[in-house]
Design a protein around this ligand. Structure first.
Ligand SMILES: NC(=O)c1ccc[n+]([C@@H]2O[C@H](COP(=O)([O-])OP(=O)(O)OC[C@H]3O[C@@H](n4cnc5c(N)ncnc54)[C@H](O)[C@@H]3O)[C@@H](O)[C@H]2O)c1
Length: 262
């Protein structure tokens, strides 16, 4: 039996209205849901994605829903682009307060067959990209004495990946290490750094990898018998990005329907 997905609660109005957020990988999937959700709470959102049309579409959707957004397309594993991303965000809206690193890629090749270039690609996007964007926003966050960084790890960052290869698993473990270390470095500046660790969430990343029959076999085994919704991950991110989560840092929160219980 498949459990019904819940209706998400309304956002607290204007909770983030003084905040500027950069969301990477926001052209689709969970990044897109996060951009929409932060904007609903009043944040001005800089929508990044590698795909220009996807970034533009999300920014337009935010604006159509009454929010504030701009699209800045490009590759977050390229430090020159990342400096431009943060520079244009600061120019348009002022200092950056919230960074959500949702951009990620999944490849599934086994180590024995893995080309070096594929290892580098996955590590560069999932890990180095998270480092580059974080480094680029920290000065601005320190100046304002407030900051929130939320990184997308995965339950693969605590065990092994269901769909991805060892590079994916290693990159998501490393995101948790990076999260903890940055949290320690930045805590005295009122900047918190946390990760979320999704299990199987209903996005194109998952749908491209496995067919519905296999998805159904997985969800049979989950204590909550369904995939997660992108809006549910976005809800957790919105909480971590708010003042309500001021005493939470260096953590990795599983959102997996109980698939992982540690
Ligand atoms: N969907 C899941 O079940 C699941 C589970 C665990 C973790 N995650 C992680 O959550 C994050 C979001 O996943 P999703 O399912 O929404 O993925 P998705 O593939 O639907 O969306 C990812 C987005 O990131 C963008 N992107 C990829 N490389 C980029 C780059 N170099 N620069 C900028 N943007 C780039 C893509 O164009 C895409 O729009 C990823 O980090 C993923 O690894 C997903």
């Amino acid at each position: 039996m498949i459990s019904p997905a819940p209706k998400m609660p309304e956002a607290i109005p204007n909770e983030l209205s003084e905040r500027v957020a950069i969301v990477t990988g926001a052209g689709r999937g969970m990044g897109r849901a996060v951009a929409m959700r932060l904007a609903e709470s009043g944040a001005s959102v800089v929508v990044n994605d590698l795909e220009p049309s996807a970034a533009a579409e999300t920014a337009e959707s935010v604006i159509s829903a009454g929010g504030i957004a701009m699209a800045v397309a490009g590759d977050i594993s390229d430090s020159t682009f990342v400096d431009r991303l943060v520079g244009s965000a600061a120019e348009e809206y002022g200092g950056i307060n919230i960074l959500v690193n949702a951009a990620g890629i999944l490849r599934r090749t086994a180590v024995i067959d893995m080309p070096e270039a594929e290892w580098d690609l996955v590590m560069n996007v999932n890990l180095k990209g998270t480092f580059l964007t974080s480094r680029a926003v920290l000065k601005s966050m320190r100046r304002s004495g407030w900051g929130r960084i939320v990184n997308f790890s995965s339950t693969a960052g605590k065990t092994t990946s269901t769909l991805g290869g060892a590079h994916y698993t290693a990159s998501k473990h490393a995101v948790l290490g990076l999260t903890r270390h940055m949290a320690m470095e930045e805590a005295s500046h009122s900047i918190t750094v946390n990760s979320i660790c999704p299990g199987l969430i209903d996005t194109e990343m998952v749908r491209q990898e496995i067919d519905t029959d296999r998805i159904n076999r997985y969800i049979e085994g989950f204590p909550i018998h369904r995939l997660g919704e992108p809006s549910e991950a976005a809800e957790l991110v919105a909480f971590l990005a708010s003042d309500r989560a001021a005493y939470i840092t260096g953590q990795g929160f599983d959102i997996s329907g109980g698939d992982l219980m540690v």
